[in-house]
Design a protein around this ligand. Structure first.
Ligand SMILES: [Zn+2]
Length: 423
């Protein structure tokens, strides 16, 4: 009975108030998830760019007795959809007034906006492996879990490539494959005059208004490059997002571990301590301040010390936002003791259990703004095994796009009482 429903640019009418809520998803009650998955699995990419959503766009439906969730509250309501657009929401809409319309009884079900996952990696090539999810399987999984839009972080391109190069690659990846809405964050892998000059056209012509830079990995930027990038991004009206980890400290710690022969995957957690992340967060916050109070977004925050720095900046009126991920909320570093440890290789790594409560508190008090997934899937049986003797050789990343909303529902809403709008 539950069904998946997707409405583009639907006006949302209630008591004379009109909101624009882009996507609505029907019936995210988890006992009905099989039904949701069945419908989502019917989504097909269509060669040539367009996705086959005619059936949804032309839908005429009356959804009765739903528990409707919007940006302000939950309430019992009926929803009328004509030609794929939300026409009316009221406490009671009489089916007799709409004789040829399909009626769905959604009693006991939630009717809520589709989620947006602002941090995925589909089609990513990390050099040692290519992720197993492309824009079809990835966005289909998203739809199965109630997410109707993703903003993908593009992977690195060839050394020296410009900003538009990766965007064109990713447009190719997505346009004939994605079955839900999508957009991209730009990726900055080096800084020179040409890259700085290119930022404006990415924003103004391509609509790419956020960019990611890395403080670790092969394409890390040094402080001078970070400062130039953040200053220019501020100037062109774009948001800087950052993977913050102190690379120099990580390299040193890893060398110490290597000297002791401690390179198996169980040492991944201790190889990248949370202070490496927190230090880099603090540095980025101060560099953003120096760069004309540039807006800054911290991706995949995993620990309370980093959150303290974010809170301090927010308290001082700085434009700093933070994102965490379900894996940091529900998993901890005891996973590195497990036999299937390779399933848990990611950066930043899983943290001691005490960090989880700090992150939940950040969501509750609003100092963490977003829960995204950093979905980056590799096969356990093959690709992850590359790292079975040496964690450095393991492609890092976890899946999550499908389970994000159900996990937040069960672990956040039901257990922690989280009601902030973080989906
Ligand atoms: Zn990521």
């Amino acid at each position: 009975m539950a069904s998946f429903f997707h409405v583009n640019d639907a006006p949302f009418n209630r008591d004379g108030r009109v909101n624009q809520i882009k996507n609505f998803i029907m019936a995210l009650a988890f006992e009905y998830k099989c039904e949701l998955m069945k419908l989502a699995s019917l989504l097909r990419p269509k060669q040539g760019g367009q996705i086959e959503v005619e059936a949804m766009e032309q839908a005429n439906l009356l959804i009765k007795n739903a528990k409707l969730v919007d940006d302000r509250q939950q309430y019992d309501a009926d929803m009328l959809i004509l030609d794929g657009r939300i026409e009316l929401i009221n406490t009671q809409i009489d089916a007799a007034d709409w004789p040829n319309i399909k009626v769905i009884d959604a009693k006991g079900l939630w009717l809520m906006p589709g989620g947006i996952d602002v941090h995925t990696h589909f089609n990513i090539d990390v050099g040692i492996a290519q992720s197993v999810d492309d824009f079809f399987t990835g966005t289909r999984a998203a739809a199965c879990g109630g997410t109707t839009m993703v903003v993908d972080h593009m992977g690195f391109g060839p050394k020296g490539c410009n900003l538009h190069y990766q965007l064109e690659q990713y447009k190719q990846h997505a346009q004939s494959r994605a079955v839900i809405d999508y957009s991209f964050h730009g990726v900055i892998q080096h800084i020179d005059a040409d890259i700085l000059a290119e930022m404006r056209s990415m924003v103004e012509q391509e609509g790419i208004s956020s960019f990611k830079l890395y403080l670790t990995y092969g394409y890390k930027l040094d402080d001078s490059e970070v400062f130039q990038a953040v200053s220019e991004l501020k100037k062109v009206g774009a948001l800087t997002t950052v993977h913050p980890e102190n690379d120099a400290a990580i390299v040193q710690i890893r060398q110490q571990l290597e000297a002791k022969g401690q390179i198996s995957p169980r040492y991944l957690g201790v190889s990248r301590p949370l202070e490496c992340e927190a230090e880099a967060i603090a540095r980025m916050i101060n560099l953003a301040k120096l760069a004309g109070d540039a807006p800054l977004y911290i991706v995949h925050l995993s620990n309370g010390l980093g959150l303290d720095y974010v809170r301090l900046a927010q308290h001082n009126g700085q434009q700093v936002w933070a994102e965490t991920c379900p894996q940091y909320l529900v998993l901890d570093d005891s996973c590195y003791e497990r036999e299937d440890v390779l399933k848990f290789t990611l950066s930043p790594p899983l943290r001691p259990q005490a960090e989880q409560a700090k992150l939940w508190q950040g969501l509750i008090d609003g100092s963490i703004d977003t829960v995204a997934t950093d979905h980056c899937s590799f096969s356990y049986q093959q690709q992850k095994q590359l790292g079975k003797d040496d964690f450095k050789a393991c492609p890092n990343g976890l899946p999550g796009v499908e389970t994000r909303m159900p996990l937040l529902f069960s672990e956040g809403l039901c257990k922690v009482g989280l009601v902030h709008h973080v989906l």
